[in-house]
Design a protein around this ligand. Sequence first.
Ligand code: SF4
Length: 240
Amino acid sequence: MPAKEILELIDNTKRYLMQQQDLFGNILYTDKDRAEKTQSKEEILQFSNEPWANVNSLDEFEKNIDTCVKCPLGHTRLNFVFGVGSPKAEVMFVGEAPGADEDAQGEPFVGRAGQLLNKILAAVNLKREEVYICNILKCRPPNNRDPEPIEMESCTPHLYKQIEIIKPKFIICLGRIAGQWLLQTNESLTALRGKIHDFHGTKLIVTYHPAALLRNPNWKYPTWEDMKMFRKAYDEVKAQ
Ligand code: SF4
C-alpha cells in the first residue's frame, strides 16, 4: 500500500477512536455493541442532564457550548458556528453543517450559498434578520463531507435546544440530510418536498439546499414552489 494511503488510514483510524472516546469513554465497542448503542429519538431529545438544560436565551446557550468537543469535529473546526438571526424568529432555516466559508467566518450560510439564501428570503418577503438560520452540526466536517450519523446524534440536542428557545412557527429544512434527520426518515428529497410535515407540533417544510441550486439551477423552480407553499401557509398562520 502506498505510504500516503497508509497515513490516511492511520489518520482516519485516529479520528474514529477519538470520536469513540468522546462518546463512549475508554471502552471500545464492537459494531454489534455500537448498533445497540445507537441512540433512539427519545435519547437524542433528552438533555435534562446537560448543564445548559435550563438556560432560556440563545446568548447564554451559545456561551455554554461554544467550546464543545463532543464529537471529533470540535478538534478540526476553525470556528464554532452557532446560528444567526432573531431569537424571536417565527421561521427557522436548518441546513446540515457549516462549509468552508462558514467555518472561516463563524456564521452559517455566508458565501455564495448564503447570498442565494438571502435572495430566496427576499422572494418571500423575509429578511435575514427576522428569521433564524443554523445547521444541525455546529462545526464543519472536513472537506465538506456529509455529516456522520454519530456527529449528528452528538449535536442534535444543541439544535433541539435552539428550537426550544426560539419556538418557531415554521422550520424549513435546507436539503435532504436536514430533512431526513429531523423527520427521522429515509424518504428521498423528492418525496419530502411539496408538503407540510409536523415536527413535534411545529410545521416543517423540506426544500433544496442553496448550494445544490448553485450546482443545478433546474432545481430553482421547485424551490420557488416550496417557498410559495411556505408563504401561503405562513400567511394563514399569521392571519389566525
Ligand atoms: S459538531 Fe456539535 S457535537 Fe460536534 S464538536 Fe461541534 S458542537 Fe460539539
